[in-house]
Design a binder for this molecule. Structure first.
Ligand SMILES: Cc1ncc(COP(=O)(O)O)c(C=O)c1O
Length: 387
């Protein structure tokens, strides 16, 4: 039971959230069964860009791993928690992305924590793109080294910041395709700037894998797999429809992470069913570039109907006039059976609230078109459509 000063403090924080309009909740919006086509709700809010969380082969792979290994890895990967399915997953991720090595973590969040903390350390500094995901910011804090941001996707600013740190070992962290605005990072320029300053570039491909580069990610699309001092992180929970994360890097980096990444060492290994599902999904994406093409075509159709510039990834975001307008439009759409996400401060880098509309490869083009039109109409009703 929470009482006394703690009860009062929790009530004060809740009041503050209400006043600021930043109350969050975790409603159950989908039934127990999640039918794909013809569902009672059309889910354009999830991160299941390719619809693989419901794919028969992916689900069967998870079942098989459950039967074979049980529900848990039961221990840290360094103790008894490494199972054949982890090795198979890591090999599949390498095949998909063209990377020379992979290490699976229990989440993408943990992969970012592991990569930044283990690769920085005493004497290092971290520079983050100003729009980098919260997990990269948290990782920089947990690295306990000086860290700062540089202007979003601005290689010239990164160059200036690196020049100021000449002589230091600097790790730079960016996303390949940004989660909120959906814009692609200028990776070739960032790689060149980092190479000039001997900085290590960590690229979070959470929103690039499965969507860019025929599913192999933006790093592969741009021919940067062999770029010097480049490390990729990813989640298994978006295009791969499962759960977990990974760091993709040469074997020397993998070995360093196994020995020093605290979010790998002091964490139970990825659940076998999640590993098997992600492995099956990675193999499907590698074998079928049409999936990535389809999600991109749907994303472009949604952007055209919403009259916004198409984002590079699956997520399209429609600016709204206020957080209230965004929330009201979301609720209205929910009543019409269409789920969209809602970005509001403080989760938006530029303070502009948005409807977050996810393209999915597994929907029929007619359903996507109808849903996009409904979203445009509802947004206009709330006078929040992009000016
Ligand atoms: C850019 C980015 N990095 C990392 C993560 C974390 O991934 P996970 O959900 O697997 O922890 C996310 C998920 O929201 C993300 O968008």
């Amino acid at each position: 039971m929470i009482t006394g000063a703690w009860e009062a403090w929790l009530a004060e924080r809740a009041d503050l959230r209400r006043v600021r309009g930043t109350v969050r909740s975790d409603p159950v919006l989908r039934g127990e069964a999640r039918p794909r086509g013809g569902a009672e709700v059309l889910d354009l809010a999830s991160n299941d860009y390719l619809g693989l969380s419901q794919d028969e082969q992916v689900v069967a792979a998870a079942h098989e791993a459950l039967d074979r290994y049980g529900a848990s890895a039961t221990a840290s990967r360094l103790v008894t928690g490494t199972l054949p399915v982890h090795r198979e997953l890591e090999a599949s991720l390498c095949r998909l992305t063209g990377q020379p090595g992979a290490l699976a973590f229990s989440t993408g969040y943990a992969a970012n924590l592991g990569a930044l903390t283990a690769l920085s350390g005493r004497g290092a500094e971290i520079l983050l793109d100003a729009h980098a995901h919260a997990s990269l910011h948290d990782a920089a804090r947990m690295s306990r080294v000086p860290h700062a941001t540089f202007a979003h996707s601005d290689p010239a600013d990164l160059d200036r910041e690196l020049s100021r740190r000449a002589g230091s070992r600097v790790l730079v962290a960016v996303e390949s395709i940004y989660s909120v605005l959906g814009d692609a990072a200028p990776l070739p320029d960032l790689v060149a700037v980092c190479a000039r300053h001997d900085a290590l570039l960590v690229v979070d491909e959470a929103h690039g894998i499965g969507v860019a580069g025929q599913g192999r990610g933006l790093v592969a699309e741009l021919g940067l797999v062999d770029a010097p001092n480049l490390v990729v992180t990813m989640t298994l929970s978006k295009s791969l429809g499962s759960q977990g994360g990974a760091v993709l890097a040469p074997p020397t980096v993998r070995e360093h992470l196994v020995n020093t990444a605290r979010s790998f060492i002091f964490d139970t290994g990825l659940a076998p069913a999640a590993a098997a599902a992600a492995r099956a999904a990675a193999d499907i994406v590698a074998a079928d570039p049409r999936l990535a093409a389809r999600v991109r075509a749907h994303a472009q159709a949604i952007a055209a109907t919403l009259a916004i510039d198409p984002a590079a990834g699956a997520v399209q975001s429609l600016p709204m006039a206020s957080p209230e307008a965004a929330v009201a439009a979301c609720l209205d759409l929910r009543r019409h059976g269409v789920l969209v996400g809602c970005f509001r401060p403080p989760s938006v880098p530029d303070g502009i609230s948005r409807l977050r509309v996810t393209a999915r490869a597994d929907l029929a083009p007619a359903d996507v078109a109808a849903a996009a039109q409904l979203i445009a109409d509802v947004a206009a009703d709330h006078r929040g459509a992009a000016a």
